[in-house]
Design a protein around this ligand. Sequence first.
Ligand SMILES: [Zn+2]
Ligand SMILES: [Zn+2]
Length: 223
Amino acid sequence: MFKANCLLCNDKTVNQLALCSKCYADLPWNNSRCKVCALPLTEEQKTCPYCANLKFSFNQVFSAFSYIFPIDILVKDFKNNAKFYIGKTLTLCLIDYLRRNNFNYPDILIPVASSNKAMLERGFSQTILIAKIMARHLKIPMLKNALICDKNHAQKQLDALSRKANLANAFRLNGKFNFNNQHIGLIDDVLTTGATADVISHLLLNNGAKYVDVYCIARTTLH
Ligand SMILES: [Zn+2]
Ligand SMILES: [Zn+2]
């Protein structure tokens, strides 16, 4: 999982990251963002127009980056080519970002579950890998199997209405676990509309969770 040269410029790396200090600083950190859904905003506004009209079930999204170059390329390389050192670097960046933004430590971490089909195609779960690294560094327990995904179809192929119906039935919770009064950190890789995180947060709240924050590597710049 270790790389001695920067992923982006081949210079010497720093700490446990596969990045040099200059490339690390130049990454598209998501500093100016919607305080609810983390949508990157050009100017300092508290919430985006979308969140002004809609209430998500989660409390707040923390996304380390905007999903733009070079983060989009790095995330795809990590996911599609199982490059775990990239996943580790991106996760360590997320941890840095959370600490810089004074996040409240959650009681437990839960990775967004992938469908069996996605797991078979990819051979691993990117969200479990991210959650594992976070759990180790932040010393927060991670429940790998708390969430079960029964989704059969990729969301991408569906229109908006079918997408919604498909999503609502896609996830269930493992009855073995107790979420009562827990502050939950839900882990995702890339957040787009927030619909998946919303459905899962709703499910967790209905099962006693106190509140849900979402932690992800990157947030797309459009809803
Ligand atoms: Zn570099
Ligand atoms: Zn928003």
